[in-house]
Design a protein around this ligand. Sequence first.
Ligand code: GTP
Ligand code: MG
Length: 171
Amino acid sequence: SAAITVPDFALVVLIGASGAGKSTFARRHFRPTEIVSSDACRGIVADDETDQGATPDAFALLNAILDLRLKNRRLTVVDATNVRPDDRRKLVEVARRWHALSVAIVLDSGEDVCRARNAARPDRVFGPHVIRNQMASLRRGLRGLPREGFRQVHALRSEAEIAAVTVSRQR
Ligand code: GTP
Ligand code: MG
């Protein structure tokens, strides 16, 4: 099974549709203080982690936290869908500013798994097209990740691969 080794100073960008398992993966492999999540930022600015109207402010906060953490040379994991190149551009820019190595971890659990999991989540009520569109953007953009500035790209292509992968730190 795959083994991921990240530098001890890095920007780790999780990429995956809603329900792919990003937040679960982040909690399993990283410290709570290392994780910056768009949902947590929505909660901070709007008292509601699902308030889509809060998205611009939530990402302003997320980017500010990311900037400060990388300034302090703290490894940081961005837990958001990050499926479109436009979603990732600012993240890579901030990492570049602080000379952090950018790592992309793609979680592709498959559309059916994402949909089934979200069906069981009261706070994820959206049509099937949402997951389908996210998955399509993700797959279209995969090959371009190195060109966007990601120095490591890890693509985990099934529930089994996601469950089996190990993450360690290079020192
Ligand atoms: P969004 O925040 O909506 O973008 O989703 P996410 O990618 O953060 O997914 P999350 O980690 O919240 O997982 C979604 C649901 O799937 C949760 O109910 C998890 O408990 C479940 N889940 C996540 N990873 C796994 C896994 O590896 N196996 C199983 N069986 N369930 C999982
Ligand atoms: Mg999540």
